[in-house]
Design a protein around this ligand. Structure first.
Ligand SMILES: [Zn+2]
Length: 84
């Protein structure tokens, strides 16, 4: 269950989902039915998340990629909040 980060409502809908090339997750834009605000989620498989815990070097690189990617998303999100 996804909870709205603005009002904690569980009454949210997703209209838009995007796959990024090579990204192991689905990005979704969601709207809260109660407060009307938008937010985004990322959906990973548990198997993919479990890979983050593996200690071989290949996975460390993947983890770093994921972090860079997440920070990019967060930076974008913060600029959206500033403008809105
Ligand atoms: Zn809400």
């Amino acid at each position: 269950m996804i909870i709205c980060p603005h009002c904690e409502s569980k009454n949210t809908v997703s209209f838009e989902a995007r796959n990024r090339p090579k990204a192991p997750y689905v990005w979704r834009s969601r709207t809260c039915k109660d407060c009307g605000k938008k937010f985004t989620t990322r959906e990973y498989t548990l198997e993919e998340l479990a890979n983050l815990m593996e200690k071989d070097s290949k996975t460390v690189v993947n983890l770093k990629d994921q972090c860079d990617d997440l920070l990019e998303d967060l930076a974008q999100l913060l600029s959206q909040y500033k403008n809105g």
